[in-house]
Design a protein around this ligand. Structure first.
Ligand code: AMP
Length: 573
């Protein structure tokens, strides 16, 4: 899709990042990333942080809070400035340390900002080298930060800003002493910024002790939409890696007449539009970089049914009102409850029923709970449909279609086909089945054989762990509820999942259900923990949680599948 001739900053709305007082490099970068306007937490936090005052922010993951503290930190760094640490960001887990430093690096590209994540579990030598070479921003887990402070490898004299990110998680994990030590070791003149999804008294106590009259900000409460009862609201918990396929699977099940899918950035809009078109959906992109004519064209295609999916950013979809809309999809949890209410308000109008679907990552549970609490509505956590669910649905739709066709009064027009085939010896039943097959396939009912791992159980388990944990854990050696599921991500496999090779495939009659049945019967795993599954001609590959790999291999080797011995071993790429 061609973009109109505009400079990057023109493409942001007048209330965009430029209005927050950020330097040009950062405005250009956010625009290039496709951020059309600041999220609520960014709109509030950035101007405050730029004044150098302390900040106490209540916001969960997914609200855009990383950029809310990263951009003001980066704002103080002159391009090419000497690399001594000016900011220290303390986070609970290794995963978050990597994520935050990647974000910092991305936002600071134009200024060539040097960022280093330091966390337990990685050889300290590498971190020592990086620190020696010079950095502007250090993102650290508490235990490893203390380690470097003790060794003298992390110089704190020049630190101007300390951010405690996900402070409640850090306290839950038993890091309160470490956090206090870090705060005591940094210059008293520092700016102290504390972000937490919840504000228990222990957080307030830290704020009281270490912050200087902080400005408090919170993602505000929302007005509850009047008649949301008509809108079925559900959320599917999947890892980022499986989002696009989960969206396809859910839409295949839902069969929307017209749906709008909200994404955060223009880039995501374009990418998802291409992916959904590849899956056989007629999808159109709508984002702030398009001129009015292009937008009108897209809208009319959705209205007249030429397109069935509109993939859009919030800004682009502003004021959009389409009567035929049956589904609203949040491809990401929206950054505020207001935005959620606003988005789903596009269905369920004028007494019509509608469906609101949200795809959430396991670590966004707090954000979902926030939305539920503030909207006083329940978002039902729904299992991602399995291959079996989808097949059953496809058959149901085929049966409905044929049932309707049976009632039409022009069936006799086709008797010549029947005579011709009968005269060649085909029996009626076989002819009927062949016709069913053609119809079924023509509707695009694909034989999708890959299960999409459902992460809702992992999310619940993590929530339980986080609640049950007040004790200090083995510092940050990949620890913490979020450190779980670490490791490689290969092909279609989410973190924490490992693959097993099984020496029976399609030719031996193997089907996904056979593998799931065998593993679920012979091991402690439930069907939901098994997957993805790929059935090739001569072999199959199945994913299971890493901790269960060996026992699963042993169990498969002791069983027969479809009457045959199956030989299993760890899958090697
Ligand atoms: P966070 O809450 O920091 O984990 O951010 C969640 C996601 O939102 C990340 O993928 C960011 O890249 C994205 N994001 C942050 N700010 C914006 C924005 N203003 N517009 C669009 N996406 C954003």
């Amino acid at each position: 899709m061609s973009e109109p001739e505009t400079t990057p900053t023109d493409r942001q709305s007048p209330g965009g990042f430029a209005a927050l007082g950020l330097r040009d490099e950062l405005i250009r970068t956010t625009s290039a990333l496709g951020y059309e306007e600041p999220t609520p937490i960014q709109r509030e936090a950035i101007p405050h942080m730029l004044t150098g005052r302390d900040l106490l922010g209540q916001a969960a993951t997914g609200t855009g809070k990383t950029a809310a503290f990263a951009l003001p930190i980066l704002n103080a760094i002159e391009p090419g400035a000497e690399a001594s640490p000016c900011a220290l960001v303390v986070v609970p887990t290794r995963e978050l340390a990597v994520q935050v430093s990647e974000a910092m690096f991305k936002y600071g590209t134009e200024q060539r900002v040097k960022v280093v994540p330091i966390y337990g579990g990685q050889p300290i030598q590498r971190q020592l080298q990086a620190l020696r070479r010079g950095v502007h921003v250090v993102v650290a887990t508490p235990g490893r930060a203390i380690d470097h402070i003790r060794r003298g490898s992390l110089e704190l004299d020049s630190i101007q800003t300390v951010v405690l990110d996900e402070a409640d998680e850090m306290l839950d994990m038993g890091f309160s002493e470490d956090i206090e030590t870090i705060l005591e070791e940094t210059p008293p003149t520092r700016q102290t910024v504390l972000f937490s999804a919840t504000m228990p008294p222990r957080i307030n106590a830290i704020a009281e002790k270490y912050q200087d009259d902080p400005t408090r900000i919170k993602i505000g409460a929302s007005e509850t939409a009047a008649d949301r009862a008509l809108v079925r609201q559900s959320a599917y918990i999947v890892t980022r890696h499986h989002k696009a396929s989960a969206l396809g699977r859910v839409l295949d099940m839902e069969g929307p007449t017209a749906a709008i899918v909200f994404c955060r950035t223009r880039g995501e809009v374009d990418e998802l539009t291409a992916t959904m078109n590849g899956r056989g959906y007629r999808a159109e992109a709508l984002h702030g970089g398009m001129d009015q004519q292009q937008r009108d064209r897209v809208m009319s295609r959705l209205r007249d049914g030429t397109a069935e999916l509109l993939v859009a950013t919030d800004v682009a979809a502003r004021g959009l009102d389409i009567d035929t809309l049956t589904h609203v999809v949040n491809y990401d949890v929206p950054s505020s409850p207001e935005s959620y209410v606003h988005r789903i308000g596009r269905v369920g109008r004028a007494g019509r029923e509608g469906v609101a679907i949200t795809l959430a990552e396991p670590r966004q549970r707090r954000l979902l709970q926030n939305i539920e609490r503030l909207t006083k509505q329940t978002i039902e956590i729904t299992k991602v449909p399995t291959v079996g669910d989808l097949r059953a649905k496809q058959i149901e739709v085929t049966v409905d279609g044929l049932r309707e066709a049976l009632l039409s009064d022009d069936l006799e027009d086709y008797t010549s086909v029947l005579y011709e085939l009968s005269s060649e010896g085909a029996i009626d039943r076989a002819i009927a089945l062949a016709a069913v097959k053609l119809y079924h396939q023509a509707r695009g009912a694909t034989a999708d054989e890959v299960e999409i791992p459902d992460a809702s159980e992992r999310m619940l388990r993590e929530a339980r762990d986080a609640r049950g944990k007040g004790k200090k854990k083995t510092h940050d050696h990949a620890g913490g509820p979020k450190g779980k599921g670490k490791g490689k991500q290969r092909g279609n496999v989410g973190p924490g999942t490992s693959l097993i090779f099984v020496g029976l495939g399609r030719r031996a009659g193997m089907r996904p259900g056979d593998l799931v049945g065998c593993i679920a019967n012979e091991t402690e795993l439930t069907g939901r923990e098994i997957g993805p599954i790929r059935i090739a001609d001569k072999y199959s590959v199945v994913g299971v949680p890493e901790a269960a790999v060996e026992s699963t291999i042993a169990a498969i080797n002791d069983s027969t599948i479809r009457g045959k011995r199956a030989h299993a071993r760890r899958y090697v790429d």
